[in-house]
Design a protein around this ligand. Structure first.
Ligand SMILES: [Zn+2]
Length: 448
C-alpha cells in the first residue's frame, strides 16, 4: 500500500513515525475519498466529444465517479457538500483514449510501465487499448488501474491470434511470460485443427476484451475466429493486413477495427506477401506506384463505412518510421500515402480513432503522443479539430466497445475528463494545455 500511496513520507523509518504516518494517511484518505466523491465543475465550457460547438458556462456535477448533472451555470443552486472547482474560461472534454499501445513486451520493467501510465494519465489519456503483449503483466497493470493503486488510464487489452509461423517473431516470445509463445491463451497459434471456441474462451479468461488478429492467417480462419469471438462477446481488432489475407478479407471476416492505414495499400497490390516475415523489399515502389484513391482502396473504405468498421490509422508511428528511414520525412512515400488514405477515409465517412503505437516517453516528451496523433489528423488528413477530438474520445470508446459509459461528457457517463486552459477547437495543439485530469471522479491537478 505504502509503495503506491505516492506519499512523501515513504522513506521514513521507525515504528513511531510509521504509526503516525499510518494514522494521518487513513485520515487523509478518508477526507480525499469524501472530497473526491463529489465535485462540481463550474463556469466551464463543454466540448462533449460528439462533434458540436462548445456549450459555454456550464456546471458539471460529479458523484461517485459518474456525471450526475449538467446545467447552465446559475440555473440551479450548487448541491451542498460538493468540492466546487471554478473553471471559468476553461474547457472540459472527455478523457482521451489511445487505441494502440503496447505496455509490455520484455523491454519495459514494471516500474517503467507504471511511470509511463502515470505520464499518460496526467497527459489526458484516461483509457488505452493494448494491442499485444504479456497478458499476465497487462492484467496486473489493469487491475492496479482499476483499483486506483497506481495513477493509470483504464487498460483494455487483447489476446493475440496468428498463424503458427508468426510465433518465431522475437516479440512473441518476449511477451510469453516464460511460457511458449503460440501455445498460450494470449499468444495462440491458430491452425485448421484448432478448437477455436476453446481458444477464444481461454483468451477471454485472461481478462482480454478483444482478440488481436495479427498475421499468417487465411481469410477463412480469420472469419471463423471472428465469428466465435463475437459469439463470446469479444471485440476483434485486426492488423490491417493479415498476410496472406488482404485488408478486405479482414473486413469481410467481420472484424471490428483495423490498425495501420499504411497497410491498406495491400488491398490494391498485385500480390500480397505469403507471410509477415517475407521480404517486402519492393514496398516503397508499391507506395510510389499505387495512388491512394485506387478504386480498390475506395471500395474498401466505402465498405468499412457501410459496415461500421473503425480505422486505427496510427499516423504517429508511421511518421516516426519515416523520420528514421528518410532524411526528408515529409517526402517519404509511405508516409505521404498514409496521410492521403486517412484523408480519403475521413471523406468517405470511416470512423477514425487515435492509436499511437507508441504512447510517448516520460522525461523526454512533454505530453503523450496522442496529442500529436490528433494534430496529424487535423494538419495532414483534413479533420476538423472537433472531429479529431471525437476520434480521440467517443470513437475510441466505440473501438473498445464501452461507448455506453465512456467517451462523451454526458449525464450518467463516467467522469473521465480532460480540462484544458484553451479551446482545442480553435487550435488542436491546445489539447496540450492541460489544467487537470479527472478519472472516475478523481481530480488530478496537473502541476504547471
Ligand atoms: Zn502495434
Amino acid at each position: 500500500m505504502f509503495k503506491h500511496s505516492g506519499n512523501n513520507h515513504l522513506n521514513m523509518s521507525g515504528l513511531l513515525l510509521l504509526i503516525v504516518f499510518a494514522f494521518s494517511f487513513s485520515i487523509q484518505s478518508y477526507c480525499q475519498a469524501k472530497e473526491e466523491d463529489r465535485l462540481a465543475l463550474t463556469n466551464v465550457n463543454i466540448i462533449d466529444g460528439k462533434g458540436g460547438a462548445p456549450q459555454n458556462n456550464m456546471t458539471v456535477v460529479i458523484e461517485a465517479g459518474i456525471i450526475r448533472d449538467i446545467f447552465p451555470a446559475g440555473r440551479k443552486p450548487l448541491p451542498k457538500d460538493y468540492r466546487v472547482i471554478e473553471l471559468k474560461g476553461m474547457y472540459v472534454l472527455p478523457g482521451l483514449i489511445d487505441t494502440h499501445v503496447h505496455l509490455t513486451g520484455g523491454y519495459r520493467s514494471p516500474e517503467e510501465a507504471d511511470a509511463l501510465l502515470k505520464f499518460a494519465l496526467m497527459g489526458g489519456v484516461t483509457a488505452v487499448r493494448d494491442m499485444g503483449g504479456d497478458a499476465i503483466e497487462i492484467a496486473r497493470l489493469a487491475e492496479n488501474a482499476k483499483n486506483n493503486t497506481t495513477l493509470s488510464p483504464r487498460i483494455y487489452f487483447s489476446a493475440l491470434m496468428a498463424g503458427p509461423t508468426w510465433f518465431k517473431d522475437p516479440r512473441a516470445q518476449a511477451s510469453a511470460h516464460g511460457q511458449t509463445a503460440g501455445e498460450i491463451p494470449w499468444l495462440k497459434a491458430i491452425t485448421p485443427e484448432t478448437d477455436i471456441a476453446q481458444a477464444v474462451s481461454q483468451a477471454k479468461a485472461t481478462g482480454a476484451t478483444g482478440i488481436k488478429i495479427y498475421a499468417n492467417l487465411s481469410a477463412d480462419l480469420t472469419k471463423k475466429v471472428t465469428a466465435e469471438a463475437h459469439r463470446q462477446g469479444l471485440k476483434v481488432w485486426s492488423h490491417a493486413t493479415i498476410f496472406p489475407a488482404r485488408p478486405g478479407d479482414a473486413v469481410n471476416a467481420g472484424i471490428d477495427s483495423i490498425s495501420h492505414a499504411a497497410l491498406l495499400i495491400y488491398e490494391a497490390a498485385d500480390k500480397v506477401p505469403e507471410e509477415y516475415h517475407s521480404s517486402q523489399s519492393d514496398i516503397f515502389a508499391l507506395y510510389s506506384k499505387t495512388p491512394a484513391n485506387d478504386q480498390k482502396i475506395i471500395d474498401l473504405l466505402q465498405k468499412m463505412k457501410r459496415e461500421g468498421k473503425i480505422l486505427d490509422a496510427t499516423l504517429y508511428v508511421t511518421s516516426l518510421l519515416a523520420q528514421r528511414s528518410n532524411p526528408n520525412a515529409a517526402a517519404d512515400p509511405r508516409l505521404k500515402w498514409t496521410y492521403e488514405v486517412t484523408k480519403l477515409a475521413r471523406e468517405n465517412g470511416v470512423t477514425l480513432v487515435t492509436g499511437t503505437d507508441g504512447m510517448g516517453r516520460p522525461g523526454r516528451d512533454e505530453v503523450p503522443n496522442i496529442h500529436q496523433e490528433m494534430e496529424l489528423l487535423v494538419t495532414m488528413c483534413g479533420l476538423t479539430p472537433a472531429e479529431a477530438v471525437t476520434a480521440a474520445t467517443l470513437n475510441g470508446a466505440k473501438a473498445l466497445g464501452v461507448e455506453n459509459l465512456y467517451g462523451t461528457v454526458s449525464k450518467s457517463k463516467a467522469a473521465d475528463l480532460l480540462i484544458l486552459r484553451k479551446n482545442p477547437l480553435e487550435n488542436i495543439r491546445h489539447t496540450r494545455e492541460i489544467y487537470a485530469v479527472i478519472k472516475g471522479g478523481r481530480f488530478f491537478r496537473k502541476p504547471n
